[in-house]
Design a protein around this ligand. Structure first.
Ligand SMILES: NC(=O)C1=CN([C@@H]2O[C@H](COP(=O)(O)OP(=O)(O)OC[C@H]3O[C@@H](n4cnc5c(N)ncnc54)[C@H](O)[C@@H]3O)[C@@H](O)[C@H]2O)C=CC1
Ligand SMILES: O=C(O)/C=C/C=C(\O)C(=O)O
Length: 483
């Protein structure tokens, strides 16, 4: 029997789901159940929405600096327990604890602090008319909003959504993934300690098609910010449309990393290229899973790249020396293994990896996959078109810029590209022509939280980050004064 039962946060109180139904939460490194998460129903969502509605008028009227103070306080409380959060995130998701400590939890803290500061620095527009009138724009919070986040960067992406929603004066009903509910449950308890008024932040844990769907369909929820799969994004867009809800959808990717012969392939750059494919076991929507390499350097690059990939240590996520941990669930492990088999069936050549792994010790039943590199597949194969979301990278040669662009853009997704070149003109030219929401040049996952973040095509609708997020969570009102 697992020792921990997580709670919902509704109206400022931690509480069990009304139906007293629970979901098992697994530790991916061992395959064992270690906690239980509420399997909430629409009745729990309804109670959360009612609490959020009750809290909304006062929260909207609360000055921005007080809202910012509470976000800073929550950030401080999380930071003070960074090690505990990192250990829990690692246990829940399978990611290396070192990564959670370096990336996930610090970024969650930064998200809260960033939007606390951003709302204080946010300008309103005004437009003067020569005919003797002035317009100014008021931005009002929407009221109650929904935030739904995935399992790959649990606290990181949850805070990325709730921080701008709360900072701009909305009350929130939020749901993390039922696969990784733990750190958000801890945040729920700390939000009470931070002093958020009851009903301002409500967290309802549970499954997507039930709890998540109830959030999306609730008539009192004015907007939904979602990160996750393209398939679920499409179903959320369809459910939200009849209610004319705003949606922000940050979905999947099949991102190219493009290496030109003129690139500075220093150790640092090569390490980043490897990281862009395998960080977090490849479970980041921004990972460069298609590695395009100019033919003139293809063979030598491949050897240097494989040497580095082979040096990655896959192991117990609790071990500080592990570069990669376990995949998040048995279901996802089986999906990724199926994708590798499909790549073989399509004629791909597995250059390294291609198999499951069993690290020694307590991880015998865990869901580990060796970092896998495949070549010999054209860009139109299913392997090169579907999001795998695991430690699998394909190598694709190209001859020139035009071919690189055609391959890179030849995908249904449009999230992120990275480009490796020393030619500044090429960098600008390609940057303008790559059909992706984010183009990194000689870097990857270098994030400035003020920038617009998101993708086009099947990678989503709308942008997060900075003023874009604050705009999403507010409704503009034009005031026109004749003088
Ligand atoms: N950031 C990304 O791009 C992510 C992509 N994925 C991809 O999606 C695949 C499936 O993973 P899932 O965990 O099933 O992702 P998902 O997109 O179904 O889940 C993400 C979140 O949406 C919720 N959700 C699911 N169905 C919903 C619905 N009908 N209404 C409202 N909320 C709903 C889930 O409970 C979770 O909180 C993965 O194999 C991976 O390829 C998964 C997670 C993140
Ligand atoms: O850095 C960010 O803001 C976001 C990173 C990653 C995702 O959104 C994702 O993997 O879904």
């Amino acid at each position: 029997m697992p020792s921990t039962r997580l709670a919902n946060l509704i109206d400022g109180r931690l509480q069990a789901p009304r139906d007293n139904r629970w979901l098992d939460v697994y530790e991916p490194a061992t395959g064992a159940v270690f906690a239980q998460c509420p399997d909430s129903t629409s009745a729990d969502v309804d109670a959360a929405v009612q609490a959020a509605q009750k809290a909304a008028p006062e929260w909207m009227a609360t000055p921005s600096d007080e809202r910012a103070r509470l976000l800073h306080r929550l950030a401080d409380l999380i930071e003070a327990r960074l090690d505990e959060f990192a250990a829990l995130e690692s246990r829940d998701s399978g990611k290396p604890v070192a990564l959670a400590k370096r990336l996930d939890i610090p970024r969650a803290v930064s998200n809260l602090r960033f939007f606390a500061a951003a709302v204080m620095a946010w300008d309103s527009e005004s437009h003067a008319m020569e005919s003797g009138a002035i317009n100014y724009t008021l931005r009002r919070p929407l009221g109650v909003v929904g935030c739904i986040s995935p399992w790959n960067l649990p606290l990181y992406l949850f805070t990325w959504k709730i921080a701008p929603a709360l900072a701009s004066g909305n009350t929130v009903v939020a749901k993390p993934s039922e696969i990784t509910p733990c750190t958000v449950a801890l945040l729920a308890a700390l939000s009470i300690e931070a002093g958020f008024p009851p009903g301002v932040l409500n967290i309802v844990q549970g499954r997507g098609p039930t709890t998540g769907q109830a959030i999306v369909e609730h008539p009192a929820i004015k907007a939904v910010s979602f990160t996750g799969s393209t398939r679920t994004g499409a179903s959320i867009a369809a459910a939200a449309a009849p209610h004319f809800k705003k949606v922000s959808l940050e979905l999947g990717g099949k991102n190219p990393a493009i290496v030109f012969a003129d690139a500075d392939l220093s150790d640092e750059h090569l390490d980043t290229i490897v990281r862009s494919g395998f960080a977090n076991q490849g479970e980041i929507c921004l990972c460069g899973s298609r590695l395009l390499v100019q033919r003139s350097i293809y063979d030598t690059f491949r050897e240097r790249y494989l040497e580095r990939v082979n040096a990655l240590r896959v192991g117990d996520p609790q071990d500080a020396g592990s570069d990669l941990g376990a995949l998040v669930s048995r279901e996802h492990f089986e999906k990724v293994m199926g994708c590798i088999q499909l790549a073989r069936d399509e004629g791909g050549r597995v250059l390294t990896g291609g198999h499951a792994l069993t690290p020694p010790g307590r991880c015998a039943e865990g869901w580990f996959v060796a970092p896998t590199v495949i070549d010999g597949l054209s860009n139109d194969t299913t392997t090169n078109q579907q999001e795998i979301f695991g430690p699998v990278v394909t190598l694709i040669p190209f001859d020139d810029e035009a071919e690189a662009l055609a391959i890179a853009n030849g995908t249904g997704y449009g999230l992120a590209a990275s480009l490796w070149t020393s030619d500044l003109s090429r960098a600008h030219r390609m940057g303008a022509r790559l059909e992706f929401g984010i183009v990194w040049i000689n870097c990857w996952l270098l994030r400035d939280l003020r920038t617009p973040f998101g993708g086009s095509k099947q990678s989503g609708v709308g942008r997060e980050g900075g003023a874009e997020a604050l705009r999403f969570f507010t409704e503009p009102r034009n005031i026109c004064i004749r003088y």
